[in-house]
Design a protein around this ligand. Structure first.
Ligand code: BTN
Length: 243
């Protein structure tokens, strides 16, 4: 069983930033920090992450996956998405992972993850999974593209405490899988529930819009597509958009 410490905050700038400046006890395998409100929540790239105070889950998980080879670090993204889906599956059956690590319900985003790693002496010393899950918020600013919250899906208010417990347990399980070297199983679970994983869909890259199917997500995190002409196209994060 992973030794886990949970820190609860009323407010912070960003739970990821909080953990970047945090020194865990030696015996602590996993540190979780959860906040009711973030004054400067960060999303992927240059994005911000906004949330009504006390309505959603805003938390970060710090782990030390030194056994994962640096060139396999996308496995951590897959594992995080697998853990989140596993916890959310208890509420509804329709959750999918959208490459690289968003969680979607139907065509809407319920959760995003910002992963930040520290590499030293050729090992991943620290990995912070910063996760936002829309839980009880029902109105979103127009600037948020296609949001959905768990209470909109289930039709009732959801206990943040209960959901956090389920997510933390799911992370403990996937971390054990990582330590046991079950990389193939994690990648299989990720691919099984991949959004746009079956059939042809519309994508857009720097050359325009095209239709393609997903072949796979490679170990290094690249997305491999095959277009209608049978041409294989390979993308890094942010090089291709799902339409
Ligand atoms: C994304 O989809 O762009 C990733 C969003 C990640 C947001 C979470 S909220 C908790 C943690 N703290 C942050 O500042 N960001 C992550």
């Amino acid at each position: 069983m992973k030794k886990t410490k949970i820190i609860k905050l009323k407010e912070t700038d960003s739970t990821n930033s909080y953990l970047k400046n945090y020194t865990p006890d030696k015996a602590e395998d996993m540190t979780v920090v959860v906040a009711d409100y973030q004054s400067a929540g960060r999303g992927q790239g240059k994005n911000t992450w906004e949330s009504e105070p006390g309505k959603n889950l805003l938390f970060s998980i710090l782990v030390h996956p030194v056994c994962v080879p640096v060139n396999r670090q996308f496995l951590l993204s897959m594992a995080g998405a697998v853990a989140l889906k596993h916890a959310l599956d208890k509420y509804d059956g329709g959750f999918m992972m959208k490459w690289p690590n968003d969680i979607y319900w139907q065509d809407k985003k319920i959760s995003g993850t910002l992963i930040e790693t520290t590499i030293a002496r050729h090992h991943i010393q620290n990995c912070i999974f910063g996760i936002g899950i829309d839980v009880n918020q029902t109105e979103f600013p127009d600037t948020v593209p296609n949001p959905v919250s768990l209470c909109q899906i289930t039709g009732k208010e959801v206990s943040l405490k209960h959901l956090l417990k389920e997510v933390v347990e799911a992370f403990q399980d996937v971390l054990e899988m990582i330590e046991d070297g079950d990389y193939t199983d994690i990648a299989a679970l990720y691919h099984q529930s991949l959004y746009y994983g079956k059939g042809f869909h519309r994508f857009e890259d720097e050359n325009g819009v095209f239709e393609a199917g997903i072949v796979e997500v490679e170990d290094d995190g690249h997305l491999v597509l095959h277009d209608r002409e049978g041409v294989i196209r390979e993308y890094a994060v942010k090089e291709v958009k799902f339409l």
